[in-house]
Design a protein around this ligand. Structure first.
Ligand code: HEC
Ligand code: HEC
Ligand code: HEC
Length: 459
């Protein structure tokens, strides 16, 4: 940890000494007048804001839309999102389009302060001017909310914003999207959305010690809100490889019959993508499927076998199923707990999204990182307010750390060919106590932004 800070300081000093011009950014004049916007532009901005998932980070669950204040845990401390409603004092009401565009492309606020890359401008820099204009129109026509920003709680000396300029010098690439002429228009549209506003890599790409995404490990698995965001490249741990159709279905509906329900931060993403036209969802699926690549013949064969097994007769009757478990696995301490606490839903044959997935298909059980399965077992999937959603009870009150570890060890042995997970009891303890912070969300996205199309908001 210490080395990281020293490195950061060194970077900052280099940045400060070598490039004062880079550190210093001018303030931009306040927007004096009330503005009016074309309703079609506002509607387009609403769609784009959904792709960018702006509401998820800028809204405290249950709080006022876009008013900020969400605590975002990072390895460097907690950063609070800010108020991006058009309130003129505490929000961005006096920001001009130029100031807004600069923040999206360069991570600088209207006053000229550098913003933390917890605001994913390292992705949003790709957003076109036309799309920024629509986003601006949408945000400027939301209900203004008076709410001051909360102070951040960052490790010393990262509270000092000019340091961010050094970070940008190293890691922030120039603004604007460069299409790949060798690929189809659909692929390029998908790349533009996924790499830019969709910022899939913001969660799915691992980061280095300075919090920047590692370019040559694109989509290789990362972290978000205390969850593990699985690899979505050739290293995807999904037992049945994802393909374009499965991705499109999952991104559109938030679940897929052989991949399960999207959870945690991903539930927000799929919830928000729900408003996009099919053509854009398809484009993202085309792009991501291409990044994943064709599965190897072996992987394909394995998946075929698994499909047959899962669809096969031993899944329908409880007795036959028990017979299929090898005796050394059946004798594990978690077996009885599993049968009592989990099998009722996960072997009921009730179809998704309301039934539980057959664990042989589960990425959570097959992945090397057990964080998400620990989280789901402890806290379950909470119901969405007044809406249908996939629900699972949490077992934090019923199972102690050892019992959770036993159940998960049993599931790992029975339903995957992976090696045993180490230290699950300790991970369970840290997750339960909040030492490892996770944000638990219903698998349905939180409340959507009110549309308000055509409403003009003045000072
Ligand atoms: C992953 C979380 C996250 C997402 C997603 C996100 N933001 Fe932010 N945003 C932040 C954080 C955190 C800050 C505050 C950064 C700081 O204080 O340096 C911020 C700051 C901003 C600011 C600067 C506001 C100010 O007063 O300085 C703007 C403008 C903004 N975001 C717009 C957006 C838009 C538009 C979207 C969607 C396209 C979006 N954000 C999506 C986390 C996020
Ligand atoms: C805010 C963080 C975040 C963003 C942004 C995000 N994801 Fe995810 N994603 C996650 C997390 C966390 C999971 C694992 C959740 C779970 O346990 O199911 C996940 C799961 C997935 C899965 C399921 C993987 C599997 O094998 O089960 C796919 C596919 C996926 N994401 C694709 C995408 C795509 C495509 C985008 C961009 C449009 C995207 N994600 C953006 C956090 C994110
Ligand atoms: C009351 C029904 C119910 C019970 C009991 C239950 N679950 Fe679930 N579980 C669900 C539903 C519904 C889902 C969402 C669909 C899905 O993705 O499997 C789910 C999802 C999951 C997932 C994500 C699977 C994936 O990869 O998509 C895991 C892991 C999980 N449950 C573990 C457990 C464990 C461990 C137990 C026992 C300690 C348990 N569940 C008990 C209903 C239940």
């Amino acid at each position: 940890m210490r080395i990281r800070f020293l490195a950061l300081i060194a970077v900052a000093l280099a940045g400060a000494a070598g490039a004062f011009a880079l550190v210093w950014r001018p303030a931009m004049p306040a927007q004096a007048e009330a503005q009016s916007f074309d309703p079609a532009l506002i509607a387009k901005g609403r769609e784009l804001a959904a792709v960018g998932n702006c509401i998820a980070c800028h809204t405290v669950p249950g709080g006022e839309a876009f008013a900020g204040g969400l605590a975002i845990p990072t390895p460097f401390g907690t950063i609070h999102s800010t108020n991006i409603t058009p309130d003129r004092e505490t929000g961005i009401g006096v920001w001009s389009l130029a100031a807004f565009t600069r923040s999206m492309r360069e991570g600088v606020d209207r006053a000229g302060n550098h913003l933390y890359p917890a605001f994913p401008y390292d992705h949003y820099r790709l957003v076109s001017h036309a799309d920024n204009e629509a986003l601006y129109a949408y945000l400027m026509t939301r209900t203004p909310v008076r709410q001051d920003a909360l102070p951040n709680d960052l490790v010393f000396p990262l509270g000092f914003r000019p340091l961010i300029a050094g970070w940008k010098l190293l890691f922030l690439e120039p603004a604007g999207f460069m299409p790949d002429p060798a690929k189809s228009d659909e692929w390029n549209r998908g790349a533009y959305l996924a790499e830019g506003l969709g910022h899939c890599g913001g969660c799915h790409t691992p980061r280095n010690g300075l919090g920047a995404q590692i370019a040559d490990q694109h989509f290789d698995g990362g972290e978000a809100e205390g969850w593990h965001a699985y690899a979505i490249n050739a290293n995807s741990p999904a037992p049945i490889p994802w393909d374009r159709d499965a991705l499109a279905f999952y991104l559109r509906h938030g679940w897929h019959e052989v991949h399960g329900v999207s959870r945690g931060p991903m539930a927000e993403v799929t919830g928000n993508l729900g408003g996009l036209p099919d053509s854009d969802i398809e484009a993202i699926a085309v792009y991501v499927a291409d990044v994943m690549g064709e599965p190897s013949p072996e992987r394909r064969q394995q998946a075929e076998r698994l499909r047959e097994e899962v669809g096969g007769p031993e899944r329908t009757g409880g007795d036959a199923d028990t017979l299929a478990v090898p005796p050394d696995v059946a004798g594990m301490p978690g077996a009885a707990l599993y049968a009592a606490a989990c099998a009722t839903c996960h072997e009921s044959g009730r179809p998704l999204p309301y039934g539980g997935l057959d664990f042989r298909l589960s990425t959570a059980v097959n992945a090397d990182n057990p964080q998400n399965i620990v989280t789901v077992t402890l806290f379950g999937l909470p119901p969405a307010d007044g809406e249908a959603s996939s629900v699972m009870p949490g077992f934090a009150g019923a199972l102690d750390d050892r019992q959770v570890a036993d159940v998960l060890a049993y599931m790992r042995a029975r339903f995957s060919s992976g090696t045993a997970w180490p230290d699950v009891a300790e991970m369970t303890r840290r997750t339960r106590s909040g030492e490892h912070k996770v944000v638990v969300r219903p698998s349905d996205g939180i409340e959507r932004a009110p549309l308000n199309v055509g409403v003009e908001v003045g000072p």
